[in-house]
Design a protein around this ligand. Structure first.
Ligand SMILES: Nc1ncnc2c1ncn2[C@@H]1O[C@H](COP(=O)(O)OP(=O)(O)O)[C@@H](O)[C@H]1O
Ligand SMILES: CC(=O)OP(=O)(O)O
Ligand SMILES: [Mg+2]
Length: 399
């Protein structure tokens, strides 16, 4: 059975085609810079043990164009991996925000789509593009079962004391205003990998997902106890273009004193802030280059980014009453040794000892970067949200 997974992000589309139940990827792809004239497609296929790589740069104005390009590559007579789009049994969609309504994997129906539209305001960078991905996939993969896997689902186990806000009761009961938490599919996947690696099902884990969006989760017995993102994917850590935690008084000031309307505030805190606002770059590789070139703003932004992570490590050590392992994952977490170093340095009090040499040595797969005497393990665990989604979809189809 073939399952196709689409992970529509704020400016990227990640996709993978899996042969199930073996979980072998038949094709893995990434489109970056959707919405720009110079979008790039990286499309890899794996057939009979042979890997082929296709790189293309072209204008991709929207998600529909992007997914049609993916369809073209999948079914191309020469390099295609499927003969016909009906060879795909299911399409799994990553949907970032499920609100209170969607707490587990859900088959997409016209009613579900209507309800998904109600979530656009809650995750404006993500849910509209996921919705678009669903609409296009329904047109391309007409015979496939369309399933949605929500980032918020894994965080359903959090206790009320962790997810409730200190607003009057009715804001929760009538308007469902509460913390939801995101990147759940990734936190679930990497924490399960870590549990298997440690051979400790009740491990106390702090999972640190550092991609474009960034979040941290405290996990025990495979369950999320607390997480740094809230009502929408905006709070907590400093991110590529999002502020993370800021004092809400700033927003009153922008509106009342500087005359901003609320859409401008939303654009500012979601799209113009974070590392982009501080340095002019949202990609950590560009920021590292700027630091090497002596850019003081980039240095400060980088220190702020790591400092915020360190503060959450301390906070979640308290939530968990101890730590067995810290997990770094996603684009920055897996690749940026200096961020890991700064976030874990000087935490001896919490029994965290990072090994500089191991940290800076690159290796594929799960790896341990703590010193041999460190009571707390520090792990780099590559995430694979698409594989986690494919596994969940397969389990549902098998009944
Ligand atoms: N070698 C690297 N060094 C530092 N940062 C990297 C490296 N490779 C990727 N990144 C960072 O990873 C980010 C993307 O991570 P990813 O997990 O793919 O995010 P998302 O899924 O949110 O798009 C990029 O913005 C970039 O900052
Ligand atoms: C929820 C979220 O921020 O997702 P991403 O990191 O893919 O932007
Ligand atoms: Mg991501």
């Amino acid at each position: 059975m073939n399952i196709f997974v689409i992970n529509s992000g704020s400016s990227s589309i990640k996709y993978q085609l899996f042969q199930m139940p073996s979980t072998s990827p038949i094709c893995v792809g990434l489109i970056e810079r959707v919405g720009y004239g110079d979008a790039t497609i990286t499309h890899k296929t794996y057939i009979n043990g042979e890997e082929k790589l296709i790189n293309e740069t072209m204008p991709i104005p929207d998600y529909e164009t992007g997914l049609n390009e993916v369809n073209r590559l999948l079914t191309d007579p020469e390099i295609g991996v499927i003969q016909n789009t009906s060879d795909i049994a299911a399409v799994g969609h990553r949907v970032v925000h499920g609100g209170e309504r969607f707490t587990e994997l859900t088959q997409i129906t016209p009613e579900v789509k209507e309800e998904l539209k109600q979530t656009f305001q809650l995750a404006p960078l993500h849910n509209p593009s996921a919705y678009k991905g669903i609409e296009v996939a329904e047109q391309i993969f007409t015979n496939a079962t369309q399933l949605a896997v929500f980032d918020t689902a894994f965080h359903q186990t959090r206790p009320a004391k962790a997810y409730r806000f200190a607003l009057p009761q009715s804001y929760y009961t009538e308007h469902h205003i509460r913390g939801y938490g995101f990147h759940g599919t990734s936190h679930k996947y990497v924490s399960e990998q870590a549990v298997a690696y440690l051979r400790k099902p009740d491990a106390k884990l702090i999972s640190i997902h550092l991609g474009n969006g960034c979040s941290m989760t405290a996990i025990q017995n495979g369950q999320s106890l607390d997480t740094s993102m809230g009502f929408g994917p905006l709070s907590g850590l400093i991110m590529g273009t999002r502020t993370g935690d800021i004092d809400p008084t700033v927003i009153f000031y922008l509106v009342n004193e500087l005359g901003y309307d609320i859409n401008r505030v939303s654009d500012l805190v979601n799209k113009q802030s974070g590392m982009l606002g501080l340095t002019g770059f949202s990609d950590m590789r560009d920021i590292t280059k700027a630091i090497e070139a002596g850019d003081e703003n980039a240095r400060l932004a980088y220190d702020m980014y790591a400092y915020r992570i360190k503060k959450f490590i301390g906070s979640y050590a308290a939530v968990l009453n101890g730590i067995d392992a810290i997990i770094f994952t996603a684009g920055v977490g897996e690749n940026d040794a200096q961020v890991r170093q700064l976030a874990c340095d000087d935490l001896q009090y919490l029994n965290i000892h990072i090994d500089r040499e191991k940290n800076y040595t690159r290796q594929p797969g799960i790896r341990e970067i703590n010193t041999h005497y460190s009571p707390v393990k520090i792990l780099v665990v590559p995430t694979n949200e698409e594989l986690e989604i494919a596994n969940q979809c397969y389990a549902r189809l098998k009944g």
